[in-house]
Design a binder for this molecule. Structure first.
Ligand SMILES: C[S@@+](CC[C@H](N)C(=O)[O-])C[C@H]1O[C@@H](n2cnc3c(N)ncnc32)[C@H](O)[C@@H]1O
Length: 277
């Protein structure tokens, strides 16, 4: 299996961004295991990436009615998932899913190193899940770390995972990023790995959710602060459109690519933006 396949847990090749009735996160194609093995979800039937074709207009590609919704967009789903993972962690010390695999963290860490992000930079992990990214950031020397998640079980799991590897002085808070009342601000770097994807899948309010996300992100980041997003539901082009206002594109981080039907595509997009006023 080549690197692109390993990255996204596919059992068959995934076509470049084409369809729009479903998406990779909702079909479970974004999950990786700490050991590098990858898992698929039982309802993995459709394997499209993003919500449309790059040649279409933003309206055509990303209209909210076109974007499939999923239980992965609900708080109940994540609370159940992290309750189970918390129990497993307490039983056998397995941290659970590493979304998009280990490399998804390494590539952001390599970028942070190259960009000379100082060790005392204030870093926010939006939707921290099991807190593994916070652990990796701490291991890389970053000292001013905050993780938030709206799932209480995720927060407990992340705290347990950090404690298990003797990482202290990391703030992990239960908080809905879409309703954080300006409490999150002054960050030099905001990291998102799969959270904007999940928010985009919310069956109730995807359009409003994406708007609130953008607003919260603008408040959270300092001027010239960086936003590092890894997504399997949105292509680079779609992310550039989503984060065009108030953000400047810095660079795309290379992710494994694959070929299908004469086209080349990426299964995961990793993009860095800078907050500008
Ligand atoms: C695909 S998981 C990714 C978790 C983690 N970033 C990782 O890479 O392992 C999405 C995460 O976003 C969290 N999440 C979704 N919507 C959220 C919101 N509105 N506020 C805070 N966390 C949210 C979920 O609880 C879940 O932990």
């Amino acid at each position: 299996m080549d690197a692109a396949m390993m990255e996204t847990s596919l059992s068959i090749p995934m076509p470049p961004a084409v369809g729009n009735s479903s998406n990779a996160l909702s079909s479970g194609n974004c999950r990786g295991r700490p050991d590098g093995l990858l898992s698929t979800m039982e309802d993995s039937t459709d394997i499209t990436h993003g919500c449309g074709n790059a040649s279409d207009s933003e309206e055509d590609r990303c209209s909210d009615s076109d974007f499939g919704t999923s239980k992965l967009g609900t708080k109940e789903y994540w609370e159940d998932a992290y309750q189970r993972e918390l129990e497993t962690f307490k039983d056998i010390g397995d941290v659970g899913e590493i979304w998009f695999g280990e490399e998804s963290m390494s590539r952001v860490l390599r970028w942070m190193d190259k960009a000379k992000i100082p060790e005392n930079a204030a870093i926010l992990d939006i939707g921290t899940g099991n807190g593994t990214f916070l652990v990796e950031l701490a291991k890389s020397g970053y000292k001013n770390l905050t993780g938030i998640d709206y799932s209480p079980a995720s927060v407990e799991l992340a705290r347990n995972v950090l404690q298990a590897v003797d990482v202290s002085d990391v703030t992990v808070k239960e908080m809905d990023f879409l309703n954080c009342q300006g409490e999150l601000k002054g960050f030099d770097v905001c990291i998102d790995k799969g959270t904007f994807d999940a928010i985009s899948l919310n069956p109730d309010n995807t359009k409003e959710g994406k708007k609130l996300y953008l607003e919260a992100l603008k408040v959270a980041l300092k001027d010239k602060g960086f936003f590092a997003i890894t997504s399997c539901n949105w292509t680079k082009e779609q992310l550039l459109e989503r984060f065009s206002e108030g953000f400047e594109f810095v660079q795309e981080l290379p992710t494994p690519s694959f070929q299908f039907g004469g086209k080349t595509g990426n299964s995961v997009a990793a993009v860095i933006f800078k907050r500008v006023h």
